[in-house]
Design a binder for this molecule. Sequence first.
Ligand SMILES: Nc1ncnc2c1ncn2[C@@H]1O[C@H](COP(=O)(O)OP(=O)(O)OP(=O)(O)O)[C@@H](O)[C@H]1O
Ligand SMILES: [Mg+2]
Length: 307
Amino acid sequence: MSQHENFIADTLLSFHDISWKTEDGKSILHGVSGVVQAGKVMAIMGASGSGKTTLLQILAGQRQQSEGAVRINGEDMNRAMKRYLGMVPQEDVLLPTVTVEEAISFSAAIRMPSNVSEEERKQLVEQQVADLGLQSIRSSRIGDPRRRKGISGGEKKRVSIAMEMVHRPRVLLLDEPTSGSSNVAVAFTIHQPSSRDFHLFDKLLLLSEGRTAYYGSARGALAHFEAVGHACPEFTNPAEFFLDLLSGFDVVLEEELEQAEEQRSRALQRASSSADKRKFLANEENFATTFTEQFVLLFSELRLEGV
Ligand SMILES: Nc1ncnc2c1ncn2[C@@H]1O[C@H](COP(=O)(O)OP(=O)(O)OP(=O)(O)O)[C@@H](O)[C@H]1O
Ligand SMILES: [Mg+2]
C-alpha cells in the first residue's frame, strides 16, 4: 500500500469547534465538534433551521467556517483531501433531459482521475447502478417533477448518491436521505428518522439553534436524557422525542452538557494527535450493528420511499 493509501485506509473525519456567521454577523453555528470514522454512521439531527446543512457544507468544504477546523486523520483539510469527500445535497441537482445511466456515467467521466481506465470506469458505473437498485430505470429520463414525468424523488436521491459513489469517496456527506456504503465514513443529516432507523446510527449529533445539545452514541442519548430527567416514554419514537425536547431546551441540561463537553474535548484532543489515534479508535464504544447491516436497512427504507 502506498503512503497515500495508508493515510486514507481508516479515514477519520473530525470537526473542531466549528462556528459560522452570516455576512451580516448573525451567528448560526456555535462551536460544534465531532468525530466520524470509516464505516460508521453519524446522524446530525435538529429542527429545521438548526444548522444541519450549514455544518455539512462546511465539512464538504463548500462553505468556509468563521472559526474552527475540519480535519482528516488529524490533518487540516486541504484542496487535495477534498476529493475524498462526496456530498449529496439536500435538493438534487440533476439534468432532467438525461437518463439515469447517462447522469452517472457523466459524473464518472468528468471527475475521475485520468489514470482510471475506460473499462474500470464502466465497471464502477455498473456497480453503482446495481448497488443502488437502479437497473430497472437505467434508461429512464430523470425528468421534471412538476410535469410528473420521470423518476421519483427517492430514485433521484439514489441517482445523486450513485453520482458521488462512482468517485469512491472515503467520506460520504448526505443531506437528508438515509443511505451509505461500506468503508465510507458517513456524516449525514436527517430531520426525523423512523424509530427503527434511530437505533442504527453509531453516533448522534443533536443541534439546537446551532449549538450542540447532545453528542455521543445514539443509544447513549436515551440514557443521557433519562439521567437528567427526560425519559423517553415507551412507544415514542426517540427522534421525535428529542426534537420535541430540543424545542423547549433550556438550562436544565447545561451541567450535563458541560461534562460531556469536557469529555469530548479530551477525546478530540486524543483523536487529533495521530500517535494516540489508534488508542482512541480502540476505545470507541461498541456499535449496535455493523455498517453493512445499517446500510442494508437504511437503504431498503430509501428504496421503499422511491417506489
Ligand atoms: N447564507 C446564509 N445567509 C443567511 N442566513 C443563512 C445562510 N445560510 C443559512 N442561513 C440560516 O442559518 C440557519 C440554519 O440553516 P440550515 O440550512 O443549516 O438549517 P437546517 O438545519 O439544514 O434546516 P432544514 O432542516 O430546514 O434543512 C437558518 O436560520 C438559515 O436561514
Ligand atoms: Mg438542511
